[in-house]
Write a protein that binds this ligand. Structure first.
Ligand code: HEC
Ligand code: HEC
Length: 215
């Protein structure tokens, strides 16, 4: 057959001038091919990018949470909450449909991808007085589990970072637990949320919006 010998002679003529052993060349090509998916991100990334952006910053959409730089454990936990129905996608059903189609390995791969992206600075507007009120509420009810995203122990915290998250998404998310549209994974959190007065939600959101990253 002409093809393999032609192929070999082409490879040899390419290799000969630079005197690279064929074996080294093959290893080199294999390394490049194997590293391609890592350069382009996980294969399923495109299905998330439309809303979250490939960088996880949510393309400025106020209803899409920032997931860049969020510990992978928290990303996975949130995705499984949508998959098993503990979280309903009330405003954007396509979010739940998209993650329902993923395998566990794909969820892990996407979580690692977004966790490795750097989180841009938060620029949410806030009211100073309400933020001060919200800080007290946070310390009283939420701080044992929810740490800021750049805290050294954030990956080991029980809760997902709320500081610097988009205000509109946060308001919606807290209201959803309050109204029973989302089921809190931990009873302790459900109890703390139930202790809030309706006016407290706004103060908490202003406090989380007042957060500015320290890097
Ligand atoms: C059509 C837009 C859309 C698509 C596509 C989409 N998302 Fe989402 N995502 C959202 C919205 C909106 C929310 C908030 C949903 C809610 O709680 O009601 C969200 C929430 C999340 C959260 C929870 C974040 C938190 O702070 O708890 C994670 C994690 C997430 N998405 C990851 C993904 C991944 C991974 C993919 C791709 C496989 C994806 N999303 C595809 C719009 C989308
Ligand atoms: C005992 C620990 C604990 C306490 C206390 C707690 N939470 Fe949580 N929180 C969690 C965990 C775990 C999750 C992720 C799983 C889930 O959605 O239930 C979470 C998730 C959340 C989310 C969703 C974040 C996102 O990005 O989608 C919001 C909003 C939230 N908590 C608000 C609060 C508020 C407000 C308080 C205080 C009033 C509070 N939590 C107290 C453990 C806690």
């Amino acid at each position: 057959m002409a093809r393999p010998s032609n192929f070999t002679s082409i490879v040899c003529s390419l290799v000969a001038p630079c005197r690279l052993p064929v074996r080294a060349l093959v290893t080199c090509i294999a390394t490049i091919i194997l590293s391609l998916p890592a350069l382009g991100g996980p294969a399923t990334l495109d299905t998330c990018a439309e809303c979250h952006g490939t960088d996880g910053m949510g393309q400025g959409n106020p209803m899409v949470p920032v997931i860049a730089g969020m510990p992978a454990e928290h990303i996975e936990e949130a995705i499984f909450a949508y998959v098993d129905g503990a979280r309903q996608c009330v405003r954007e059903p396509r979010m739940c449909e998209t993650v329902a189609a993923l395998s566990e390995a794909e969820v892990a791969e996407l979580a690692d991808h977004f966790a490795a992206e750097s989180r841009g600075p938060s620029e949410e507007a806030f009211d100073k007085e309400l933020a001060a009120e919200g800080e007290l509420l946070h310390r009283q009810h939420c701080s044992s589990c929810h740490l800021p995203p750049d805290h050294e122990d954030v990956a080991y915290a029980l809760g997902i970072p709320l500081h610097g998250q988009r205000a509109e998404y946060l308001r919606y998310a807290i209201e959803a637990y309050f109204a029973g549209d989302r089921e809190a994974l931990l009873d302790v959190m459900a109890n703390q949320i139930q202790q809030l007065q309706p006016g407290d939600l706004g103060a908490l959101v202003h406090y989380y919006s007042s957060y500015r990253s320290t890097d």
